[in-house]
Every structure is written in structure tokens, then in C-alpha cells.
Design a protein around this ligand. Structure first.
Ligand code: MSK
Length: 630
């Protein structure tokens, strides 16, 4: 790797990195060369006879139990996708518990979007006419509970209500519709223990099932319940990059995923601003990292500090007074790094603790108290900053976000109130928009930070491809200035520019919409699924026939593999910029990158060069356009 990052803010902070703690790129270099067996997926520790590893070029060609490369790789992949799905399902489940309490008792949370609740209830077959909103909510909670823990047979309510009918039929035919999330997660762990499934096709079918658990009992359920509790995102304008951390403010950086915590921190930061002013600060600046950043950006316009790979750099600015974390994507290195600065690192979840961090546990009843204490700790830390350690950057960009499905429909309905999807379909038909690509997922230290996200997207929008984005991809694109109107002028192709200018006008902006639409956090990939489902149903075609694709250019998390599997099962071409550990199973690899298309409609392809990846995606879009007669 020639460069660690293309993010100018991150680069400036890195240039003045003050040891003694190493940063993520240094630790990566210390790991090289990485284990060849692990990279190919050819090692197994599932039983006490191992660890076993398989030589792809000779002996040993089997583990001690007799598992060959395909079995080993398929077992490992199923476990990864299961772990990713478990993370999203646990997130959705926590949200459900809060919704249930919010419906039955007075407390710190309440229903914000009653219309969304009603619409969702209607879709799930719950009668809403004349009923009290709390009663409707309780019936909805019962339906959601079934999707986590239904006893016996059945199908995920959220999947049956929201997936395209054609997909539901296909998944039924393949026998991959999940019964309930907990059951499938448990079964997948059982299926992959020593002495269980020795059929790689059967293991891959189970992987698809866990992808569907992720898509509907994790992503879709999570997004829906969060919108009900905290509101459905509307257009917002904000900023991105480490330059949002400035010397005059108390800086609170929230990092993680579940908005139950961050919503309260935002609220208490506002309430305690006079306290920060008494301490000599101008105000309190809350900003975010990873998906919790996207959640509070989408609903409150809170700026993005940075994304996954640069999380340590937020502390290394010397300006982060408190970093408050909940779950997922939190580097263990933060604790030792925070000790080198004045930063108070606050963990809040019982399953994420770190030596040296302050643990303030979030709970439903204590949510306000906990958030108030966390903000007070940040204000107290402000006066302990060490001027010698300040390593600030002024780098930041402007951005527009808040592209929920509701926002998109509301803008389009200003052109056609009866059929809001019609103008979008017309633009795709006439070629002003060639297709739609979703870029999602993380950063991965194996790729120059943000490089693939940014350069892939610049290629695509220059070819009149509209890009929608979530997760750390959205954050990367925001920092590169691709989420504002100027980006449309600068990088969009002529057709895309034309339609974005028109949409900007009808949205009352007086300038074009951005060429990349920020749709939210990783769980909000469900919003992208909703758009695909709506487009396919409007046109009377399958998702597989649409001129669309997905890409996780710099994925690192097991969650990204789970999301990618769901997208392939939906019928999408899914690009990955980093090879997952599958090459040791030749037949498994052939299936995932080719054979899957015939069975599921979608497949994966791996390419680390952004121009080549954009070419493959564009050719795929052209083939789909041709198939539709466009
Ligand atoms: S946060 S899962 S690094 S996108 Fe959703 Fe970013 Fe990936 Fe974590």
C-alpha cells in the first residue's frame, strides 16, 4: 500500500501522530505477511483436535475429521455470516425492547413517527382503523417478537410483508425462508460444529438463510423500529471530517451503532451547553463515527467526525474530550490511546467493556441519567486538554443527507403526485440515469483508506449512474465532498446532472441534489432494499432484471458479508473490493461468483481496482438495460 489514506483530514492528523501507541496501519504492517491458510479460509479451530489447515497445493488436503477445503470454507463462511446477522438482530432486538416499554410506561423514550407505525402495522396485516396508537404498537411488537423467538414452524413476518413476492416464492422453493432469527442463528452454530454438515451446497443454502435473517430480522426490523421511535429521516445539511472538532468547543464523539444511546447524548449535550459555557467553551459539539454517526446525522444533522479506519485519529487530534461508544466496530486500541490524551472513553453496553475506560451502563430507566453523566464527564475533561498534544485539522466538507425512502418519494411526488416512481423510471428509461448503484460498508486496512469508495463512485456518477450509500461508505464519500450539490456540477455525467438539477429545483434547493444519496447507517441498507422492491413491483419485473448493483468496496466486518449475502439473495450483483476468505474452496468460490446467479439471481465479484470494478458494474447495468429493452 503506497498511502495509508486519501482523506486529507486523516492524513494531516496522521502526519503528526504522537506515539507511544501504534495506529491501525502500523499494527497491520506488523501482521504482514498475513497467514496464507487463514486468507484462503483453509484453517479450522472448531474442535479440540485442531487447529487444522489444508494445503491448497498438496497434502494435507483434509482436516483431521476429513473436512476438505470446500467444507471448511463453507463452514467458516456460514459462521461469519451468522455472526454478522447476530449483530444486527441483537441491535434490532434491543430497539424492540425499548419500543415495547415506550408503549406501556412513561419513560425516557416515546413514539415519534406514529404514521410510520400505522403504515407498518397495515403492511403486517394488523387492523388499524379506529384503534389507539399504543394498541396498534403493541400488536406490532408481538409480530416482531415472533420474528425473534417464534416457537415451531412459520416464516419471518417482516420478510413475508416486505420482500418482493417473486423473491418470497423463490426462497420458499429453495427452503431458505427463516422461521425466526434466534432459531436460525442457533441452528447455524449447531450445523457448523464438529461432526455436522459435510455438504458445502447445504452449508451455502444455510448461509443464504442467515443472509435473509440479517436482511429482515436485523436490517429491516431495526430501521423500522428506529424510525417509529426517533423519526423517519428528512433532508438535513451538515459537515464531515475531523475539522468538525475545534478548539473552542467541548467535543463529544459518539461511536458505534444503536441510536438509543446517541439520541440521549444529543439531547443532553443541548441541555448542558450552559454548563460547557461556564467551563469556558463556546458550545458542545457532538459528532459521530461509524453508523451511530449516520443515525444522528440523518435525524439531527449532527456532523460526521470520520469513519471506521480513522476512529483512532479522532482521539489523536487531542480535541476529543469524551468518546462514547456502544456496540460494533469499536477498536480495542481506543482504550490505550485515550490514556495518552485527556479523552474520557466511555463504554455503555454490558457486552463492550475495556480496561481503562469509564463504564456508564445504558439502561431504559437510567438513559437520561447516564447521558447527563457522560456529557458532564466530557465538560470536566475539556479543561484538562494538553495544548502540546493538540493535532487539529481544519479539513471538512459540506453535505446533504436524510434520503429515507419517504424523502425520495416526497421529492419525486412534486413531479408526479399520483405515481412518484414514474419520473425516476422515466429517467432510467431515457438513459439520463443509466442505473442505480448502492455503495455500502466499512473501511479495510488492506485498502488505502477511502480510496476505493471514492474512486469507484466518481467513475460511476461520471457515467450517469445514480449512487445511493450507507454506513462508512457514506462517510467516506461525504469527506470526499461527494454528498453536496457542487459534486453534481463537478463529477456527474450530463444526464445525471440534468435530472439532479430538476430534482433540486422541485425540492426547493435552488441547486442540484447531490449525485450520491445518503440513506443512513448499515441497518438502513433496508431502505435500499425497499427502493429496489418498490421499483421492481412498479415495473412488474424482478430485482434481478433491474439495472442496479451493490458494492462494499472496503468491507471488513462480518456484518458486511451478511448484508452482501442478503443482497445476492435479492438478485443483485454485489461487488467486493477485498477477497473474503473463500478461495481455498474452489467449488464454493465458483458458486458464489458465478453459479449463484442461476439459483438466486445475484452473485459476488471481487475487484480491488476502482476503474475496473466500475467497468464491470457499468457493463452489468447495460446488460440489464438491454434485457428490459432500454
Ligand atoms: S460502521 S460495519 S465499519 S460500515 Fe456500520 Fe462502518 Fe462497517 Fe462498522
Amino acid at each position: 500500500m503506497e498511502k495509508f489514506t486519501i482523506d486529507t483530514g486523516a492524513e494531516q492528523v496522521l502526519q503528526n501522530w504522537q506515539g507511544p501507541v501504534e495506529h491501525v496501519w502500523q499494527r497491520y504492517q506488523e501482521q504482514e505477511p498475513q497467514c496464507g491458510f487463514g486468507s484462503l479460509g483453509l484453517c479450522c479451530r472448531h474442535c479440540g483436535q485442531g487447529p487444522c489447515r489444508i494445503n491448497p497445493f498438496g497434502k494435507p488436503d483434509k482436516g483431521i475429521c476429513g473436512a476438505d477445503g470446500n467444507i471448511m470454507v463453507a463452514r467458516n463462511l456460514l459462521r461469519q455470516v451468522t455472526a454478522g446477522a447476530a449483530a444486527h438482530v441483537d441491535h434490532a432486538y434491543e430497539t424492540l425492547e425499548v419500543l415495547e416499554k415506550a408503549l406501556s410506561e412513561e419513560g425516557p423514550y416515546k413514539i415519534t413517527d406514529a404514521e410510520k407505525l400505522k403504515g407498518l402495522a397495515h403492511k403486517l396485516g394488523i387492523a388499524v382503523e379506529g384503534k389507539d396508537i399504543k394498541d396498534i404498537g403493541k400488536e406490532l411488537v408481538a409480530k416482531a417478537r415472533e420474528d425473534f423467538q417464534r416457537f415451531g414452524s412459520g416464516e419471518l413476518n417482516w420478510l413475508v410483508a416486505h420482500a418482493p413476492k417473486e423473491r418470497v416464492a423463490k426462497w420458499r422453493e429453495l427452503g431458505v425462508i427463516p422461521r425466526n432469527a434466534d432459531r436460525e442463528i442457533r441452528e447455524a452454530l449447531h450445523q457448523t460444529t464438529m461432526g455436522m454438515d459435510a455438504s458445502w451446497p447445504n452449508l451455502l443454502l444455510a448461509t443464504v438463510k442467515l443472509g435473509l435473517v440479517d436482511g429482515y430480522a436485523g436490517l429491516k426490523l431495526g430501521t423500522d423500529l428506529q424510525d417509529i421511535l426517533f423519526g423517519t429521516p428528512q433532508p438535513v445539511f451538515s459537515e464531515a471530517n475531523l475539522g468538525v472538532l475545534t478548539e473552542e468547543n467541548v467535543n463529544i464523539v459518539i461511536h458505534g451503532h444503536i441510536p438509543l444511546l446517541s439520541e440521549k447524548i444529543v439531547e443532553w449535550a443541548r441541555k448542558l451547553t450552559p454548563e460547557a459555557q461556564k467551563a469556558g467553551a463556546k458550545s458542545i459539539q457532538v459528532s459521530g463515527i461509524c453508523c451511530t454517526a449516520n443515525e444522528i446525522l440523518m435525524r439531527h444533522g449532527i456532523p460526521l467526525a470520520t469513519n471506521f479506519l480513522a476512529q483512532e485519529l479522532a482521539i489523536a487530534t487531542g480535541l476529543t474530550d469524551a468518546m462514547i461508544v456502544d456496540v460494533q466496530c469499536i477498536m480495542p486500541s481506543l482504550a490505550s490511546l485515550a490514556r495518552c490524551y485527556h479523552t474520557v472513553l466511555i463504554t455503555t453496553n454490558p457486552i463492550v467493556k475495556m480496561d481503562g475506560a469509564t463504564h456508564l451502563e445504558w439502561s431504559y430507566q437510567q438513559a437520561d441519567e447516564m447521558a447527563r453523566k457522560a456529557v458532564e464527564l466530557a465538560i470536566a475533561a475539556y479543561s484538562k486538554r494538553d495544548p502540546a498534544k493538540i493535532n487539529a485539522t481544519r479539513e471538512k466538507t459540506t453535505l446533504m443527507a436524510g434520503f429515507s425512502v419517504e424523502t425520495i418519494i416526497s421529492i419525486l411526488s412534486k413531479i408526479d403526485a399520483q405515481e412518484p416512481l414514474k419520473p425516476l423510471v422515466q429517467e432510467i428509461s431515457n438513459g439520463d440515469i443509466q442505473g442505480v448503484v448502492a455503495t455500502v460498508g466499512c473501511n479495510n486496512v488492506k485498502i488505502t483508506h477511502d480510496y476505493l469508495h471514492v474512486n469507484l463512485v466518481k467513475e460511476l456518477i461520471s457515467k450517469d449512474v445514480l449512487v445511493v450509500t450507507t454506513g462508512c461508505s457514506a462517510n467516506a464519500l461525504a469527506k470526499a465532498g461527494l454528498l453536496n450539490s457542487e459534486a453534481t456540477e463537478k463529477w456527474a455525467g450530463p444526464g445525471l446532472k440534468k435530472i439532479l438539477s430538476l430534482l433540486g429545483q422541485v425540492a426547493g434547493l435552488d441547486k442540484p441534489l447531490p449525485p450520491v444519496w445518503h440513506m443512513g447507517s448499515c441497518v438502513d441498507n433496508s431502505r435500499i432494499g425497499d427502493v429496489l422492491t418498490a421499483l421492481a413491483e412498479y415495473l412488474g419485473v424482478t430485482v434481478q432484471q433491474l439495472p442496479v448493483a451493490a458494492s462494499a468496496p472496503e468491507h471488513q466486518h462480518e456484518k458486511a458479508l451478511a448484508i452482501g449475502t442478503w443482497a445476492v439473495a435479492m438478485g443483485c450483483l454485489v461487488h467486493l473490493g477485498v477477497m473474503p476468505p473463500i478461495l481455498g474452496g474452489q467449488e464454493v468460490t465458483a458458486f458464489l461468483t458465478s453459479g449463484a446467479e442461476e439459483v438466486l439471481g445475484g452473485k459476488f465479484f471481487v475487484e480491488s481496482d476502482p476503474v475496473k470494478a466500475a467497468t464491470v458494474i457499468y457493463e452489468h447495468i447495460q446488460a440489464k438495460r438491454k434485457g428490459l429493452g432500454l
